[in-house]
Structures are given as structure tokens and as C-alpha cells.
Design a protein around this ligand. Structure first.
Ligand code: ATP
Ligand code: MG
Length: 240
């Protein structure tokens, strides 16, 4: 469903992604790990074209996301993104944060958007917070609104960029719990995270990225128990 082919990206003289290639099937959960600055966020941002890349190609369900027929608005509907710092609109309630895109991008009526928003708030356990503003929510609640907002667009693929890194430790579990629920429902997910428990239990594949290169990619048992590359063991051993 997602195919990344020889993706390369530089900022000035710095090569941030070097010939990155991998494929995901529907329902796969791909976890990307790697040191700070290794290109993880850039990779995710290339997938939904928040960042344009220099060479290579990305295909979603067989269609190039950058070819002449590519439609960036359709891509943003098909690919939901959850950010480390939530990116909620501070002046809008939780519900309005969700209905905004449903009305503007999906063209839903007010009633349809409201009912979809409430359904997704309920799914992330926030039915009672629909009228709260972000400032009135905890970090974990804000992030769950962020997830509900992305899900309400009914994407084919969800991108998560360190969704728990800004949270106090005691709030991480509630967000990971929602992500696990999505895994159970068969959502296709590309996840950058330091939550190794999630990677071990939920990932179909773990990719270790360093200096813009895929050092090793395989099932979690391989990367955690018997990595083929010494660097993988060093890096994951430190985190685990
Ligand atoms: P972290 O774990 O700290 O989030 P990361 O793996 O997500 O790191 P990226 O954010 O993808 O890393 O950044 C990779 C490299 O690209 C870094 O050296 C970063 O400074 C550089 N970079 C990222 N975005 C830009 C930008 N907009 N302009 C210039 N350089 C950038
Ligand atoms: Mg990052």
C-alpha cells in the first residue's frame, strides 16, 4: 500500500535521507527508530508531502504521490499525521479541532462533521471533553484529540511522529493504549517512537535509520533479539 523507492533529500550540503527504500502492506505497523537527526521526521514528512524530496518516488496504492497526476489534497486525506507537539488549534474546542477539516476538506455538513467528531472522541475516550479547549486538557488528552482528528478523516495510512515524546511518563500509557487499539483494528501505521514496548509488541517491522540510511529492517524479534548489524544492537540496547 506504501512503497518508498530510493528516497533522497538534502538540506543544503547535508544529506538527510539517502536512497531510502521500503514497502508496507495494508495493516502493517512499521516502527522507525534512530538517533536524533537521523531523518525520521523528514521521512514521514516526505510521505505526506509536508516536505518535498530531491529524488526517488513514493507510491500510495500504486499511484505516485508526486507524479503529474498526483493530488496533494487527496494525499492529505489519505494519510493522517499525528505530531509530537499535538498541533491543535488553541482557539478551538476539541470537537471543533476535528470538525474543521471534516467540513473544509471533506465537505461534510455541520451535523455529519459533529457526529463523526463525537464518534472519534469517544473512540479515544474523550467523549466528555468535546467542548474543552486544548489549554484545559492534559498532554495525553491533547494527543488523543490529535489522533481522533487524524482518524476522523478516515485515512488509509496513519503517520505518528514521536506521539508520546512530549508527555509526562504517567500520560504515555493512555496514548499508547489508543495506538494499540488502532493496531487491533487493522490500521496501517508508520510510527516513529522511542516506546520500545510498543515496537516489540505491535510492530510488524522495525526500521533502524541512521544518518539517513536504513541500517537494518526486519521483524521486531530480529532487531531486538538477534540484530544482523552491530550498530542496531548498540542503539537498541541503549534504549531498551
Ligand atoms: P529527532 O529524533 O531529533 O526528531 P529526526 O530523526 O526526526 O530527529 P529530522 O528532523 O528528520 O531528524 O532531521 C534530519 C536532519 O535534517 C537534521 O540534521 C536536521 O537538522 C535537518 N533538518 C530537518 N529539517 C530541516 C529544515 N527544515 N531545514 C534545514 N535542516 C533541516
Ligand atoms: Mg523527529
Amino acid at each position: 500500500m506504501l512503497r518508498v523507492e530510493n528516497l533522497s533529500k538534502s538540506y543544503g550540503d547535508e544529506r538527510v535521507l539517502r536512497d531510502v527504500s521500503f514497502e508496507m502492506d495494508r495493516g502493517d505497523v512499521e516502527v522507525v527508530v534512530g538517533p536524533s537527526g537521523s531523518g525520521k521526521s523528514t521521512l514521514l514528512r516526505c510521505v505526506n508531502r509536508l516536505t518535498e524530496y530531491d529524488s526517488g518516488d513514493i507510491y500510495l496504492d500504486g499511484d505516485s504521490t508526486t507524479g503529474p497526476d498526483a493530488d496533494v489534497n487527496q494525499l492529505r486525506r489519505d494519510v493522517g499525521m499525528v505530531f509530537q507537539d499535538f498541533n491543535l488549534f488553541a482557539h478551538l474546542t476539541a470537537r471543533k479541532n476535528i470538525t474543521l477539516g471534516l467540513r473544509r476538506v471533506k465537505g461534510l455538513s455541520k451535523e455529519e462533521a459533529r457526529s463523526a467528531a463525537d464518534e472519534h472522541l469517544e473512540m479515544v475516550g474523550l467523549a466528555a471533553q468535546a467542548d474543552s479547549y486544548p489549554a484545559e486538557l492534559s498532554g495525553g488528552q491533547k494527543q488523543r484529540v490529535g489522533i481522533a482528528r487524524a482518524l476522523a478523516m478516515e485515512p488509509k495510512l496513519m503517520l505518528f511522529d514521536e506521539p508520546t515524546s512530549a508527555l509526562d511518563p504517567e500520560l504515555i500509557g493512555e496514548v499508547v493504549g489508543v495506538m494499540e487499539k488502532l493496531v487491533e483494528r487493522g490500521m496501517t501505521m508508520l510510527v516513529v517512537t522511542h516506546e520500545m514496548g510498543f515496537a516489540r509488541s505491535a510492530a510488524s517491522t522495525v526500521t533502524f535509520l541512521e544518518d539517513g540510511n536504513i541500517v537494518e529492517r526486519g521483524p521486531p524479534e530480529q532487531l531486538f533479539e538477534s540484530p544482523e548489524q552491530a550498530r542496531t544492537g548498540e542503539f537498541l540496547g541503549r534504549l531498551d
